[in-house]
Design a binder for this molecule. Structure first.
Ligand code: ATP
Ligand code: MG
Length: 264
C-alpha cells in the first residue's frame, strides 16, 4: 500500500506563549507586559514548507526563537519527531534545525574567513569528516566558487553573503531550514535569485522550511502552508493557496492588499 501513509510531523509546537516585562518609564508605574506570542501551535510535516506572516511586531521572530529553543517559552512545548526540545544539550536538535537570518553578517564572523564561518557549526556540533572538502561542496551548492573559502565576508555583496549564510546553515545537513526574513534586506533582482536558490536547495536536499516574512508574495512562492500572526496569536492557518484565494480574516485581507502585485 502506498496510499494513506501518514506524513510524519517533524516539528510540532503546542501552546507556545511568551511575554516580556517592559521597562517602567517611572518608578511608581505598574510594570507593563507585552504578550509577544500567545498560545501558538503548529505542525511542520516532513518536507513541508510553512510560511509565517504578520505585520511588524506580530511576534514572528519571537515565535521562531521559541521554536529554535533559543529562548525559553513561558508555556508550551516544542517537539522534534518524538523528542521534546528541552534540556541543556541541544546539539542533536541543532544538527536537525538551522536558521538563516535577515542580515547574513549576524551569523558570519567578520574577522574569520568564509571557511571559518561555514565550518564553525561542523566543529561546534562535532560532526566528523573533512571539513575543508565539505565547505567547498557547500560553496558550490550555493552558487559560489570554492576559493571563496579563503576570503572574508566583507569582500562579498549582500546577496553573496546571504549565500554564504545559507551554506553555513546547511553545513550540518539539517532536515529543517528556518528563515527569519532571509530575503528582505536584498535588492529585488538579488532577492529573486536567492528565493530560487532556497527553492532549489529545498528540493535537492529534501529540506523542510519555516519562513518568516512580512511579504506574503515571498511566502506564496515558497510555502505550501501558511500561518498568519496578529498580536502574537494565530488568526488564520491552512494551505497557502486556499488562504490567498479566500482570506477569511480581515487582517489577512489587509495584509494581502498591502502586496501590490502578486506574481501569478
Ligand atoms: N526581548 C524583548 N524584550 C521586550 N519586548 C520584546 C522582546 N522581543 C520582542 N519584544 C516585543 O514583542 C513583540 C513581538 O516582537 P517580534 O520581534 O517577535 O515581532 P516580529 O513580528 O518579528 O516583528 P518584525 O516584523 O518587526 O521583525 C513586539 O511588540 C516586540 O517589541
Ligand atoms: Mg522579526
Amino acid at each position: 500500500m502506498t496510499t494513506g501513509t501518514p506524513v510524519t510531523p517533524l516539528l510540532t509546537a503546542t501552546g507556545l506563549t511568551r511575554s516580556y516585562r517592559l521597562p517602567r518609564r517611572v518608578p511608581w508605574e505598574r510594570p507593563q507586559v507585552r504578550h509577544a506570542v500567545r498560545d501558538v501551535g503548529l505542525t511542520l510535516p516532513e518536507g513541508g514548507h510553512l510560511g509565517i506572516v504578520g505585520e511588524s511586531g506580530s511576534g514572528k521572530s519571537t515565535l521562531l526563537r521559541l521554536l529554535l529553543a533559543l529562548e525559553r517559552a513561558d508555556a508550551g512545548t516544542v517537539r522534534y519527531r518524538d523528542r521534546a526540545v528541552a534540556g541543556r544539550d541541544l546539539r542533536w536538535f541543532r544538527r536537525e534545525v538551522q536558521v538563516v537570518l535577515q542580515d547574513p553578517l549576524d551569523s558570519l564572523d567578520p574577522r574569520g574567513s568564509v571557511r571559518d564561518s561555514i565550518a564553525e557549526p561542523l566543529e561546534c556540533l562535532r560532526i566528523p569528516g573533512d571539513h575543508d572538502a565539505r565547505v567547498a561542496e557547500l560553496l558550490t551548492a550555493v552558487g559560489l566558487e570554492p576559493d571563496a573559502a579563503q576570503r572574508y565576508p566583507h569582500e562579498f555583496s549582500g546577496g553573496q553573503r546571504q549565500r554564504i549564510a545559507i551554506a553555513r546553515a546547511l553545513a550540518p545537513q539539517p532536515a529543517v531550514l528556518v528563515g527569519d526574513e532571509p530575503f528582505s534586506a536584498l535588492d529585488a533582482s538579488v532577492r529573486a535569485q536567492i528565493i530560487d536558490l532556497v527553492r532549489d536547495l529545498a528540493a535537492r536536499f529534501g529540506l523542510s522550511l519555516i519562513l518568516v516574512s512580512h511579504d506574503i508574495g515571498v511566502v506564496q512562492q515558497l510555502c505550501d502552508e501558511l500561518l498568519v500572526l496578529k498580536d502574537g496569536a494565530v488568526v488564520e492557518s491552512g494551505s497557502t493557496a486556499a488562504i490567498l484565494d479566500a482570506p477569511e480574516h480581515p487582517y489577512t485581507q489587509a495584509l494581502l492588499r498591502a502586496v501590490p502585485a502578486l506574481p501569478t
